[in-house]
Ligand binder design. Structure first.
Ligand code: NAD
Ligand code: UDP
Ligand code: UDP
Length: 311
C-alpha cells in the first residue's frame, strides 16, 4: 500500500514509519520540520520505497495514497503555544487540506486527535462519549479547540462526502526520540535528572496523567486504521500517576541527588486524566503492554546516549 504520514519526522510519526516500512509499505512522509527532524528517519533514506517531502500542510498539495495517517501538529505545550495562530492553522487548514486530498484520491484518513479534547475533565476516567470541559479562549485552546475542529471536519467530510475516516484520541505518549527540548513532562524530568539540575514539578504535583509507551500507541494506530471502527477511539495507557510520583520515579532511577523544585502551575492545566479504553479493547482488541517502569527504562537509555552530562 502507498501510505502518507503527515508529521512523520516527529516523535510518534517516525516510530509509525519504522513499523510501516518494516511491513514493506510504500511510505511518503510530509513534514515541515518544525518539531520533527530528518535524523529520526535517516535509516530509510536509501530505501526506494521511502520518500520524504518538506511541505507545510497548511498549503494544498496533490499526491496519491491509499491511506493517510495525519499526525502533523506540534504536540508539546511549549511548542504549540510558541505560535498559537500557526497551531490553529495547522489543525484547521492542514486537516482540511488532508481531507480534501483523501476525498480526491479516495484514501482512508486517520486523524491523530488528543485527550486534550476533554479539556480539564469533570468525568473520570474519560470515555469517548464525554464531551469535555475546554476553555475556548485560554492558552491551550489553539491546540484543544484546533483538534476539536479537526475532529468536526473529519466527521463532516465523512457525512457529506463519504470520506473514509478514523479518529484516534491519543493520551500522553512517551518514549525514545522525544526531543531534549520537547518541554513535555517525561522528557523534561529525564533530561533534568541526567544533567543534575532540579526536576521542575508544576503546581504541587498532585495533578495526574496516564503515560503510554510509543510502541503500544503505534500498534493501536495501525489497528484503528485497518479496522472497521471509525472512532473516536481513546488510545492510551490507563495506568495513572501523579506528576510528583513520576518525578520521584525518574529521580530514583536516574539521579537520586537531583532535587525536586516546585514551579507555578500553567493556566488551564488539566487536574486529572485517564483513558477509558473499553472501546479500543472491544473493537481493536488493543491494550497497552508496556508498563511505565519498563517504558521509562527504554526512554532513559535513549536519552543517556544523547544528553551530555556536565563534567
Ligand atoms: P511532534 O511534535 O514530535 O511531531 C509533530 C510533527 O508534525 C513534527 O515532525 C512537526 O515538524 C510536524 N509538523 C508540525 N506542523 C506542521 C505543518 N504545519 N506541516 C507539516 N508538518 C508539521 O509530536 P508527536 O508527539 O509525535 O505528536 C504527533 C501527533 O500526535 C500530533 O498530531 C499530536 O497532536 C498527537 N498527539 C500526541 C500526543 C503525545 O503525547 N505525544 C498526545 C496526543 C496527541
Ligand atoms: N486539497 C489538497 N490536495 C488535494 C485535494 C484538495 O490539498 O489533492 C485541498 C484543497 O486545495 C482545499 C482543501 O483540500 O483547500 C479542501 O478540498 P475540497 O475539495 O474538499 O474543497 P474545495 O477545494 O472545493 O474548497
Ligand atoms: N509538567 C511538570 N513539569 C514539567 C513539564 C510538565 O510538572 O517540566 C506537568 C504539567 O504541568 C502537566 C503534566 O506535567 O500537569 C503533563 O505535562 P505535559 O506538557 O507533558 O502534557 P499535557 O499537559 O499536555 O498533558
Amino acid at each position: 500500500m502507498r501510505i502518507l504520514v503527515t508529521g512523520g519526522a516527529g516523535f510518534i510519526g517516525s516510530h509509525l514509519i519504522d513499523r510501516l516500512m518494516e511491513q514493506k509499505h510504500d511510505v511518503l512522509c510530509l513534514d515541515n520540520f518544525y518539531t520533527g527532524h530528518k535524523h529520526n528517519l535517516l535509516r530509510w533514506f536509501d530505501n526506494p520505497f521511502f520518500e520524504l517531502i518538506r511541505h507545510d500542510i497548511t498549503e494544498p498539495i496533490r499526491l496519491e495514497a491509499d491511506q493517510i495517517y495525519h499526525l502533523a501538529c506540534p504536540a508539546s505545550p511549549v511548542h504549540y503555544q510558541f505560535n498559537p495562530v500557526k497551531t490553529i492553522k495547522t489543525n484547521v487548514m492542514g486537516t482540511l487540506n488532508m481531507l480534501g486530498l483523501a476525498k480526491r484520491v479516495n484514501a482512508r484518513i486517520l486523524l491523530a486527535s488528543t485527550s486534550e479534547v476533554y479539556g480539564d475533565p469533570s468525568v473520570h476516567p474519560q470515555p469517548e462519549e464525554y464531551r469535555g470541559n475546554v476553555n475556548p479562549i485560554g492558552i491551550r485552546s489553539c491546540y484543544d479547540e484546533g483538534k476539536r475542529v479537526a475532529e468536526t471536519l473529519c466527521f463532516d467530510y465523512h457525512r457529506q462526502n463519504g470520506v473514509d475516516i478514523r479518529v484516534a484520541r491519543i493520551f500522553n505518549t512517551y518514549g525514545p526520540r522525544m526531543l531534549e527540548n520537547d518541554g513535555r513532562v517525561v522528557s523534561n524530568f529525564i533530561v533534568q535528572a541526567l544533567k543534575g539540575t532540579p526536576l521542575t514539578v508544576y503546581g504541587d504535583g498532585s495533578q495526574t496523567r496516564s503515560f503510554c509507551y510509543v510502541s503500544d500507541l503505534v500498534e493501536g494506530l495501525i489497528r484503528l486504521m485497518n479496522g472497521d471502527m471509525i472512532g473516536p477511539v481513546n488510545l492510551g495507557n490507563p495506568g495513572e500517576y501523579t506528576i510528583l510520583e513520576l518525578a520521584q520515579k525518574i529521580q530514583k532511577r536516574v539521579n537520586p541527588k537531583a532535587e525536586i523544585q516546585f514551579k507555578p502551575l500553567p493556566q488551564d492545566d488539566p487536574k486529572q486524566r485517564q483513558p477509558d479504553i473499553t472501546r479500543a479493547k472491544t473493537y481493536l482488541d488493543w491494550e497497552p503492554t508496556i508498563p511505565l517502569d519498563e517504558g521509562l527504562k527504554f526512554t532513559i537509555e535513549d536519552f543517556q546516549k544523547r544528553v551530555v552530562r556536565p563534567s
